[in-house]
Design a protein around this ligand. Structure first.
Ligand code: GCO
Ligand code: MG
Length: 407
């Protein structure tokens, strides 16, 4: 038997090619390099420190082939486990080790996960407009790019900033650069008066076949969520996402009992345990966990396996605030996992594609991870270094009376 390879170096890159990304680089004694994404929007440096200060010293000298054992070691070994910072860090290590295993084997990661169960992965993107005519134009632009599944968000009359809608017609990016978050005003009643009308206009514009999605971004009470669900039931939504704040899972029972609209939740979950009762009680239709924020490929596969038993599908988070490395990993899972329904794909600024050259491709509304060994990602470290970290935060939201609410 040949001598096992060993992890020789662990480096963390924090770069801001238009927005911040945290990238993990693991190098082995035999010269293999594995990449992982560790971006946690608005809390980037906490993850970078967790990786640099706490995980890197534990990884040096370990056998990179022992992915599951390393996962268990980092998860169980933390004692203070779970949570976004820990699970994003563990996820980044997991991605980098799968990348190395693929490169060592000369195979794309999806082959190591059992091989393709589909030829390509359906993707959905975002359409946004301040008002309904602008939204319809944005939908047309997305269809022209080949998408056949689109998330529709609009401005709300009376509010001058709204989640999911870009200010200047450019691609939507929620995080604002600066030393403190932007404060937005939110009004749920105004939203509930407007959203069903906007979604109805979107459906009649699109016709019956295009898949239509909407994200309520954690802002409703269970009763409001049920009301919204009922009011859009005949629009045949693909899903309604994050109707209630994700930590309050019991309330999904109320929502579920009152509406048949398909529900998606999970972008802010980090482990299978947060999904457990939602899955086993069939309170949702789609799990939205992200491959990086939920502990990597190894853990997302575990979530998928539990969900599969209950006929629940995966529709992972894939906004522009997780890097092309994360998207690559999600696509390898997607190609090899039977109950993987759809991948969110917002796209990236051209500079982001340059910093992270990738084998994955988008064509005709679908994504494919490509055939390069490992995850199929390279990182232009020089270019990345020319765009250093800049403080940036997600917005916060206040009600009209000034009190804080969920953003
Ligand atoms: C989505 C999400 C994102 C989040 C963002 C926060 O469904 O794509 O809700 O747009 O708001 O990832 O960083
Ligand atoms: Mg969302």
């Amino acid at each position: 038997m040949s001598k096992p390879d060993r992890i020789a170096a662990v480096d963390v890159l924090v770069t801001s090619p238009t927005r911040n990304f945290v990238t993990l680089k693991i190098t082995t004694e035999q010269g293999l390099v594995g990449w992982g994404d560790a971006t946690l929007n608005g809390r980037e440096l906490a993850v970078a420190s967790y990786l640099r200060d706490h995980l890197a010293p534990l990884l040096i000298g370990r056998d990179p082939a022992r992915i599951e054992d390393t996962w268990q070691y980092l998860y169980r070994g933390a004692y203070w486990r779970r949570g976004p910072v820990t699970m994003t860090s563990v996820g980044a290590v997991d991605l980098a080790l799968w990348d190395i295993k693929g490169k060592a084997a000369g195979l794309p990661v999806y082959q190591l996960l059992g091989g393709a169960v589909r030829d390509r992965i359906l993707s959905y993107t975002h359409a946004t407009g301040w008002d309904i005519p602008q939204l319809l134009d944005s939908l047309d632009a997305r269809l022209a790019q080949g998408f056949r599944a689109v998330r529709a968000q609009t401005g709300v009359p009376g509010l001058d900033i709204v989640y999911g809608v870009s200010k200047d017609g450019a691609a939507y990016e929620p995080a604002g650069r600066g030393l403190a978050p932007v404060e937005e005003t939110w009004d749920t009643d105004a939203y509930l008066r407007h959203a069903p009308e906007a979604l109805a206009a979107a459906r009649s514009h699109l016709g019956p076949e295009v898949k239509l999605l909407h994200d309520a971004h954690h802002r409703l009470t269970p009763n409001q969520a049920a009301r919204l669900g009922r009011s859009v039931e005949d629009l045949d939504l693909f899903w309604l996402e994050d109707v209630t704040p994700a930590e309050n899972q019991e309330v999904l029972r109320t929502v579920r009992a009152k509406t048949t609209v398909p529900l998606a939740i999970g972008e802010v979950f980090h482990t299978v345990w947060e999904c457990q009762s939602l899955i086993t009680e069939q309170l949702i239709d789609y799990v939205r966990c992200c491959v990086t924020h939920a502990g990597g490929i190894s853990h997302l596969r575990r979530i998928a396996a539990l969900a599969d038993i209950w006929q629940i599908q995966l529709g992972p988070h894939g906004p522009s605030d997780v890097s092309p490395v994360a998207l690559a990993a999600s696509l390898h899972v997607g190609l090899a996992t039977p109950n993987f329904a759809i991948q969110e794909y917002m796209g990236y600024a051209p500079l982001v594609h340059e910093v992270f050259p990738h084998a994955w491709t988008y064509e005709d509304g679908h994504l494919h991870p490509g055939e390069a060994p490992g995850l199929g990602i390279e990182v232009d470290e020089e270019l990345a270094a020319r765009h250093p970290y800049e403080p940036a935060y997600l917005p916060v939201a206040r009600r009209r009376d000034g009190s804080m609410t969920d953003w």
